[in-house]
Ligand binder design. Sequence first.
Ligand code: SF4
Length: 709
Amino acid sequence: MNELTPLRTGFSACPHDCPSTCALDVEISGNSVGRVRGAPGNSYTAGVICAKVARYGERINHPDRLLKPLSRVGGKGGGGWREISWEDALDRVAEEFSKAEARFGAESVWPYFYAGTMGQVQRDGIHRLRHAKRYSGQFDTICTNMAWTGWHAGAGKLTGVDPREMGVSDCVVIWGTNAVATQVNVMTHAIRARKERGAKIVVIDIYDNATMKQADLALKLLPGSDGALAAALMHIGFRDGTADRAYMARFADDPAGLEAHLSTRTPEWAAGITGLSVAEIEAFGALIGGAPRTFFRLGYGFTRQRNGAPAMHAALSVPTVFGHWQHEGGGAFHSNSDIFKLDKSLIMGSAMRDPSVRFLDQSRIGAVLVGDPGALQHGPPVTAMLVQSTNPANVAPEQRLVRQGLMREDLFVCVHEQFMTDTAVLADLVLPATMFLEHDDVYRGGGQSHLLLGPKVVEPPAGVRSNHFVIEELAKRLGVADRPGFGLTERDLIDDLLQRSGHGTLKTLEEGRWADLQPDFEAAHFLNGFGWPDGKFRFRPDWSAAGPNTPPASVGPQGPVARLPEWPDHAGLDEAADAEHPFKLATSPARQFLNSSFAETDGSRSRERRPELLMHPDDAARLGLAADDIVSIGNRRGALQLPVAVSDSVRPGVLVHEGLWRNSDFAGGEGINLLVGSDPVAPSGGAAFHDTHVWVRPVAASSGMAVEG
Ligand code: SF4
């Protein structure tokens, strides 16, 4: 950085797929981005952000950034490219989409997107083109479905206690989220409670990760067993008289029915399922029974399994049994999705949506692209795609099918991206995309309550264009630019969104930087009632009730819905270890990566060192393995090789791989999601990323494998 150029501070918000949605102060010199810091004036961010975003200059100035449109030369995935102009590139996309439409109908075009940016305009504008052209819909399933369905089944809406109240709790339970790695601000508020009030921090997870190392009580349970732990905690409450019967009589549907159901869900029963000791379960039950200000911060991690929705519902039932909701610093939080009430109809072109157009399951992209009739909803094949802000060849389950599908010669794929991702390398056309500091957008918290403006603070490189630009230019070429929502700037659309949603204007948000939409105490603690018509929490959920991720009617209920439990319980739907597959594998998030983002920066790669497999010393000894030995790990979906990191951070029989590393970082060029199933999880669909049974076979002694930074 030129030291003579004066520094200025740009204001922004983190666009990445992280519940924290931090408010950012960005150091700028000329048109260069330097250090990024958390905004101290934002009461949730509180001046703290993760290290990977603090180093953002490294990402935005990365020498491997895509800077020109590229057209494939030679076979798919062969690595041959030639530069073309933006005009020619956009003409080609429009021509291929029109050809596909003429041959098989508009549904043969599938615009595919996700959370590479969480900006409301840049992420969701792709729907405007989709609806205007009647292209195939996307049934979003890859992230929230089990968590949100489980929460909604109990509470009736996706809101909860202000997460800043963790700072005034006496016991903070961090359940199924490695917050140190994935949403650092949770730790800010939890540790404040410990420092100022002597609060206990309880961490529940399947391995001894960085968050568990901060715990006063660490509960390392077996994958998929969270529902059993929750049931036993409630059993203890009823048994010991610490359950709040007066609260439940007012605020819950059937406490007597629940108590009867839980009579057999003893700590001994739960110990047999969770792998925890009876003493650990009893200690936890006693702790929360004696601490009215117990705050449950329920994460996504423990729901990314086939028991996920019932597990979330069971965990959420615990503070209801104990009446924690009534107290400041008590209750539970998962997502604030329902507080924002954003009307994105103009951005998304909602008025143009034709309800007869099919939806294709995002998580089943592999099955869709290889022509599975069910996955295609018995409609035409997908023969043309625009992929924005996601990297399905790396992040989607059943990776071998995804890559096989993307390699089809009769499929045209345009990928609009920041880097040459695992998906981009398989494309026909690659367009370079802006990063968040180079375009205007607006963001909302998931794990907190702010709506934040993220204005453009630097100019993008000359050949790079925003998602919004691409959608607008394709609309012109495809003859729909005169339809509602097109022809506006990003700032116009932000202003429209804010005004329609009753959140002021672009000008007012610009003046304030952010707006805190936290509901008042009574509403946040459900003291005016839960989200159901009678205001009562549902211990006995109706799994068929409409919720935030209810599949479209044409898709219908997903997975083995008939086997979902009637009460909070261990569902037993997970992909169990068996004689052929004696290990359970979880694909957990690495601290320096965020999904597949940051797997390209040297700062993140050198800190994560290499892709590896955490294995307990007893398992390693049984298989005759030493640290760094290479193993083959597999199941019916495929196999890949990894070095072993021998560690008692995992339990015997459990394996953890932290990622997401690029596919090309693995010896065979296939990444970890090769092993993960795409069978839909009940009842709303979703991918069970942490619920995979595998075998492990020794391959070779240590190769010294490490990834170059
Ligand atoms: S990735 Fe998460 S913790 Fe890091 S800056 Fe972004 S919102 Fe904050």
